[in-house]
Design a protein around this ligand. Structure first.
Ligand SMILES: *[C@@H]1O[C@H](CO)[C@@H](O)[C@H](O)[C@H]1NC(C)=O
Ligand SMILES: *[C@@H]1O[C@H](CO)[C@@H](O)[C@H](O)[C@H]1NC(C)=O
Ligand SMILES: *[C@@H]1O[C@H](CO)[C@@H](O)[C@H](O)[C@H]1NC(C)=O
Length: 461
């Protein structure tokens, strides 16, 4: 062999070695930088690790997404646990605010807006939880090109979230190849299957993909506009929330339109419906609303009353205080570019200017069911925003074969809800739960999450 060729080989070998050395030391550094030492006000006996920070998803436009990783307690062997990405909806609502601080995260924010209290049924007891504020413009996630805020839709959200995952797994290579799930609720009924589809497609041809997607689960999820509308209006009518005439008006004006972009007539019908419903909490119709003034105002200006951003049970207020505290943002490594607006649980701009929103997720369901992904759908049955009837009509439209017909599932001798196991999909309802099932029925939600991870049907007794 030519001596200069040998030299060249040697040099390239050295370069490869040194670059892999650099990249391995980089991720260690990055993890160290993102490690949360302690959140202000957190309880004293926290026995799990937390990380948070930014991942750049578009360098040209300057878009960076904020994440919060909550690992399983060290006593529960986080290394053996799967990784679960949790997404909230809106569109435009923060997963830190809802999933993280209200629903499945380890803490809830006290009414003082300062103290964090442990949650008995936190899902990190079963899995490592990754909360992502998405898309850019939501929560601490930002874009340096402000026009992005007015042009975001489903497609960019999915692409940016995918880019986030790819970059995040480079920062946390210990999670590569581990069982990975995507879970979310409400309008994340779009985000979850769409992102799952992207991951699935881009994993094709890899025997042992880094992002080892095993399945997804959605709750009170926007799924198929046509069937969701039928079920929603029926629910409003048969729960006595609207008049016969408005029911009729909704049926004629709304069935053929998109929920994100309804026609004028449909918006008018929706407006009559909301006025007739009055000052209830539509997200949980049998519980007291937190504060009517806010709800009504936001409904009147709402462009999409159905997906109203009046998502305001009182717990959310405490988060709004907590996450705007300077010391909290410092501990979270958040808002490092000093954004010009405060942290909010939902971004009105992102939500109000939402662009593309396909009318149905059912084609993706069909594709991913055929691909063998584990798919679960749950529904709290006192939610009037994406009600159980909407979910049932949408799932029925898939025309899946039944494996186990509708049956009550039990928690300590009490009916927790009902379930039906289809070929390729499991449907679970939670009785007495509103839109945010883990907030209203934390224990039942925990049982569902465990059954989903273990791939077992809901308990029959
Ligand atoms: C956005 O702009 C700020 C200020 O110029 C900069 O520090 C930051 O890195 C930019 N973010 C991204 C994701 O490019
Ligand atoms: C409801 O909110 C309004 C405006 O934020 C406030 O003035 C009012 O006192 C609140 N009412 C209750 C019952 O908390
Ligand atoms: C970011 O920090 C600035 C102060 O530096 C504050 O005014 C702003 O409300 C914060 N924004 C967010 C989204 O946290």
């Amino acid at each position: 062999m030519d001596c200069s060729l040998l030299l060249l080989l040697l040099i390239s070998l050295l370069l490869t070695l040194s670059s892999s050395f650099v990249s391995s030391s980089t991720y260690v550094e990055e993890q160290k930088r993102d490690r949360i030492t302690e959140l202000p006000g957190q309880p004293s006996n926290v026995d799990f690790r937390q990380y948070s920070g930014y991942v750049t998803v578009n360098e040209e436009r300057g878009r960076a997404l904020f994440y919060w990783l909550v690992e399983s307690p060290t006593t529960r062997d986080p290394k053996s646990r799967p990784l679960v990405l949790w997404l909230n909806g809106g569109p435009g609502c923060s997963s830190v605010a809802y999933g993280g601080a209200e629903e499945v995260g380890p803490f809830r924010v006290g009414s003082d807006g300062k103290t964090l209290h442990p949650k008995l049924y936190a899902w990190n007891k079963l899995a490592n939880l990754l909360f992502l504020e998405s898309p850019a413009g939501v929560g601490f996630s930002y874009t340096n090109s402000s026009s992005d805020l007015y042009t975001t839709g489903d497609q960019r959200t999915a692409e940016d979230s995918y880019r986030f995952l790819v970059n995040w797994f480079e920062r946390f290579p210990q999670y590569k190849h581990r069982d990975f799930y995507i879970v979310g609720e409400s309008y994340a009924g779009h985000f979850v299957p769409q992102l799952s589809k992207l991951v699935h497609e881009r994993n094709k041809g890899f025997k042992n993909p880094a992002i080892n997607l095993k399945g997804f689960m959605v709750g009170n999820a926007v799924t198929d506009d046509y069937h969701d509308y039928i079920g929603t209006f029926e629910y409003w009518w048969n729960h006595g929330l609207i008049s016969d005439s408005t029911y009729h008006q909704l049926k004629t004006a709304c069935y053929s339109v998109s929920s994100q972009h309804p026609s004028l007539q449909c918006m008018e019908a929706l407006r009559s419906a909301e006025l007739e419903q009055g000052n209830i909490d539509p997200y949980s119709i049998f519980t007291k609303p937190c504060n009517n003034t806010v709800q009504l105002k936001s409904f009147l200006k709402g462009r999409y009353p159905w997906m109203s951003r009046a998502y305001d049970p009182c717990t959310e207020r405490y988060s709004n205080v907590y996450f705007n505290r300077v010391e909290v943002q410092k501990a979270l490594h958040a808002n490092v570019t000093r954004l010009s607006y405060p942290w909010k649980s939902c971004s009105d701009i992102v939500g109000n200017y939402w662009t593309d929103s396909p009318v149905s997720m059912l084609p993706i369901y069909r594709e991913l069911i055929a691909a063998g992904l584990k798919i679960w759908v749950f529904s709290g049955d006192t939610d009037a925003v994406v009600p159980i009837t909407a979910t049932r009509y949408s799932i029925d439209a898939l025309k899946l074969a039944t494996i186990t017909n509708w049956y009550p599932w039990y928690d300590h001798g009490k009916v927790g809800g009902w379930s039906q196991v289809y070929k390729g999909l499991t449907l679970v309802t939670v009785t007495g739960a509103g839109h945010e099932v883990p907030l209203h029925r934390p224990r039942q939600a925990f049982i569902i999450f465990r059954a989903f991870l273990e791939n077992k049907p809901m308990p029959m007794s």
